[in-house]
Structure formats: C-alpha cells, structure tokens
Write a protein that binds this ligand. Structure first.
Ligand code: SF4
Length: 500
C-alpha cells in the first residue's frame, strides 16, 4: 500500500489560496493548458453537435428547470416521501446534517460489516465530504473504480473536472502513474505498458477486476433519487458503477438532498439532457437503477445517507438556490474561458468551473480567501448559462454572490445556522459603492459634481493612483466631456430639464 492518499478534503477545506493566486500558477503551466485546451474544445464541439440533433432541446431544458424548481420548492415533502419509499423497499435511510456526520455514519456502517476495504463508484458527494480520508483514518481503504478517479487516486492528485477528473493529465503522464503506483495498490501495470488508450484501459480493467471480485462493501452517490418509488439512479460510461452496485453484499449511497425528482417519469427529461450535455452521447452506456433490496439479486443491505452540508442554507437564498438544480453534466466547465486556462485545481473544491464558483461559496460560506474570491472567477461572458441543460443563470448568481462578499461581509455556517460576519476586506470598493449610492440619490450633488468635473477636466490624471493603478495601466480612462449631458440637454431643449 502507498503512504497517504491525498484526495479531496472535507468541508470546511484546508486553507486554499485565493483563486487569482492559484490560477496564476496554472496559467504558467504550458502542459496543463495544452491538455485542458485540447480536452475542453473536443468535448465542447461534440456536445454542440449532440444537442443540435434534438429539435425540442429548448423545451427539454425548460422542463428540466421546472421539474427541479418544483422539487426544490417542496423538498421537505419529497424527502419524506423518498424516505418512506426506500424504507418500504427494504433500504435504511440516514440523515446527515454535515460532512462530519455523514462520514461518521458511513464509517460506522462499514465497521459493522467487519470489512476494511470498500469499492467506490465515482461520487462528487463523497469527495465533497472527504469520505476517503475519513475512512482511511479509521483503517478502511477506499478504492476508486472510475478510470479517471483511479488515475487521480494513484497519482495522489486532486480531481480537476466534474466528469473527467483527470482531464489535466495526458496519456504519457497516465502511463507513468500506472507503472509507478499500481503495484502499491494491488495488481501492477503490465510489463511494457505503452500510452495507447486501449492498453491503459486494459491495465486499469485488470487492476480493478480483483477489487470488484473481493469487495463486500460498495459506496456510491447517485445522479437522481425518485421520491415516489424510492429508486436511485447512477448514470455512467464504463460499467464500473454497475459492478460496485451489484457485486458487494452491502451498498451505501451518499446523496445530496437536492438530487431528488418526484416521479420516475421525470427521468425521461434528464436521461436525454444529461448524456448529451456531458459526454455528448445520445444515451449513456450504463444507467443503473435500484430500489431498496431484492432477495437473491444484488446487495443484501442498502443504506441511503441523505446529505445536507449547506444545501438547506443555499435553498434559503432566492437567487442562489438555482445552483441546486445542477445535474453535474460539466457542460459549463467545457465552454468556460476561465476554466480552460486556470484548470480545476484553482477552484479549491471538488466543484470546479462556473458551477463551482457559485456552489462552493454557498455550501461553505464566503469566509475563506478562496470562497470570497470564487464569485470573481468569471468574465461574466454567459457561455455557461447558454449551455446549461437546467438553465442555471450562473452569471446572475455570480453577481449576487459578489454583492454578498462586498456588501454583507462573509457568510459562515455554525452548525446548521447561517451567520453574517462583519464585513472586512474590499473596503475601498465598499466605500466607493456607498459614495455612488449617495450621489445618485442626491441629484443636486450629482449635478454640482458633474460641472466641477467638466471644469477641472484639464487637470485630471491619465492614470489612477493607489489600487486603481493596475486597472488604468492597461486602459484609457474615459475623457470627461467639456459640458455635462444635463447642461447640454437644457441648453439645446429650450431650458427644459428632463432629467430633473
Ligand atoms: S451548472 Fe448546468 S452546465 Fe454546469 S454542471 Fe450544472 S447542470 Fe451542467
């Protein structure tokens, strides 16, 4: 076994640098930028083609949005219905308010089986809470079985993309990781392994097969949970998920409470929009569904851990709650010019890219440097909104969160409570906003200021002093007109002051 697996941390995370600092490092890494550019441009073009095939794409998108909004409005009711349905089907439901509670529950459930190894289906929720690290601390080894997650785990790395966690690695790097690390975790890489995709996939298949056949406990997330039947759904491309969901005796699924849909029929929308938006496929290769337990078929015991971890706080925010519609397709990452250059690690979270920039500061609060900087990790170009299959207006939420950072001071969570901290930082920006608000609500002062600015225009500096220097160093400051617009209007319109 290798030493320590450095996976994603639990929330709240260790101290990550602010986004601009982390991104600065990434943009100077030419290999990383090359890998990202190639991968995002390829997926982006394929997605556009797959979506264009559907004449009712706009209607599907609107339907997805409506279903999610309706469910979130009645989340309390649907969660209780889900608990009832899962229990009736033979499953056991656990409620976790935060990451620590979820980790405690899962660790205890694994310990009760007497096992010290688990196999995992790719799951963002378990990465969000740092489950692998919590299990490791309890002497339980978690094996990632998704190919990209395996690469990340063997490389003691962090995921950098929702769908393709090892997008920042090229084939040569993956080969090196397999050759160097596989033997430490189980079956070694085959002799003479090259970087051909087929050989790399076969090496991973052989390495994972022994884990699937040995595992008694499987851990998963879920893409959807159906309230009226208690069914969970995992959508995937490789088949590793199907193995983890069917071979072990005990299955534990950790799922965010927002992943619920009311009825089975609602899936017809998302099973069309998700694969086209994520892998650009008309239909994903494996869609696994399970409802509680079935005698003689699949796991004997099924536990569902319903995870809050900041979601209820997010739901309370009228603008920000739309982030909970996200179906984790990653289309927004693939079109984002900032993500393409900065890569996923700069976002300091398992949720990178545009969705990460609005989700992490809401789930974790904006007290840390990284979370206060994430709402600014965008040019607000709107490409993310255009491609989002559930129409999340990411730019709108970004601006809303910027306002929260600047005006309201950081929001933190203490237990289940949202706490508004006294504002600190961005003092100059806050003062400027207050001054602007006062000026615009006092027209007399605005008029005097405009006249004064016009009369003194010859003395205005070409660059700004202090913190504004960097901004004006690469831009021309707009010239102040010789006569304010209001005066010109009054002079040329017979003395009527329309702007009064
Ligand atoms: S925000 Fe929209 S585009 Fe981005 S991952 Fe979520 S569903 Fe996909």
């Amino acid at each position: 076994m290798s030493g320590t697996f450095v996976g994603m941390p639990a929330f709240p995370p260790p101290v990550y640098p602010a986004f601009p600092v982390a991104a600065h490092e990434a943009v100077n890494n030419q290999t990383l930028r090359g890998n990202l550019r190639h991968a995002t441009h390829t997926i982006r073009a394929k997605r556009a083609k797959a979506v264009a095939e559907l004449s009712d794409w706009a209607a599907l998108r609107e339907a997805g949005k409506q279903i999610k909004d309706h469910t979130l409005r009645h989340l309390d009711r649907y969660l209780l219905q889900l608990e009832e349905s899962v229990t009736a089907a033979g499953g056991i439901v656990h409620w976790a308010a935060d990451a620590d509670e979820a980790n405690r529950i899962v660790t205890q459930l694994v310990q009760e089986t007497g096992e010290s190894e688990v196999v995992k289906v790719k799951s963002m929720a378990t990465q969000e809470i740092g489950l692998n690290e919590a299990l490791e601390a309890a002497g339980i080894r978690a094996y990632e079985t998704d190919l990209a997650e395996l690469i990340v785990q063997l490389g003691k790395d962090r995921p950098s993309h929702i769908l393709v966690p090892a997008i920042h690695r090229n084939r040569g790097e993956i080969r090196e990781i397999f050759v160097r690390e596989m033997s430490e975790w189980g079956r070694p890489a085959p002799e003479g392994l090259t970087d051909s995709p087929a050989e790399l996939a076969e090496a991973a298949r052989l390495h994972l097969r022994e884990k699937f056949l040995r595992a008694k406990v499987g851990i998963s997330g879920a893409n959807f949970m159906v309230a009226d039947t208690g069914t969970l759904v995992v959508v995937e491309s490789e088949g590793n998920g199907r193995m983890c969901l069917t071979l072990p005796e005990t299955l534990i699924s950790v799922v965010g409470i927002e992943k619920i849909v009311p009825t089975w029929q609602d899936l017809e929308v998302f099973l069309q929009t998700l694969p086209r938006s994520s892998t650009a496929e008309r239909m994903n290769p494996y869609t696994s569904t399970w409802t509680g337990t079935t005698d003689g078929d699949g796991p004997r015991t099924f536990h569902l851990v319903l995870l809050d971890n900041g979601r209820t706080d997010t739901l309370a925010d009228e603008v920000g709650r739309q982030a909970l519609r996200c179906i984790r397709c990653s289309a927004c990452l693939n079109v984002c010019p900032v993500y393409e250059r900065a890569g996923g690690h700069a976002y300091g979270s398992v949720y990178p890219g545009p969705i990460g920039a609005i989700l992490s500061p809401q789930l974790r609060g904006t007290a840390s440097e990284i979370d206060a900087s994430l709402p600014y990790a965008s040019s607000l170009c709107g490409a993310c909104y255009e491609v989002c299959p559930v129409a999340i207006d990411i730019p709108e939420v970004l601006v809303h969160l910027r306002e929260r950072v600047v005006e309201g001071g950081p929001v933190t969570r203490e237990g289940n409570k949202v706490v508004l901290q006294p504002a600190k930082g961005h003092a100059a920006e806050r003062a400027a906003m207050r001054a602007a608000r006062w000026t615009f609500t006092h027209p007399g002062a605005l008029r005097t200021g405009q006249r004064l600015a016009s009369r003194t225009r010859r003395f205005h500096p070409r660059t700004l002093p202090g913190p504004g220097k960097a901004w004006s160093g690469t831009r021309d400051l707009p010239a102040v007109p010789a006569e304010p617009f209001r005066d010109w209007w009054q002079r040329t319109n017979g003395g009527k002051d329309e702007a009064k």
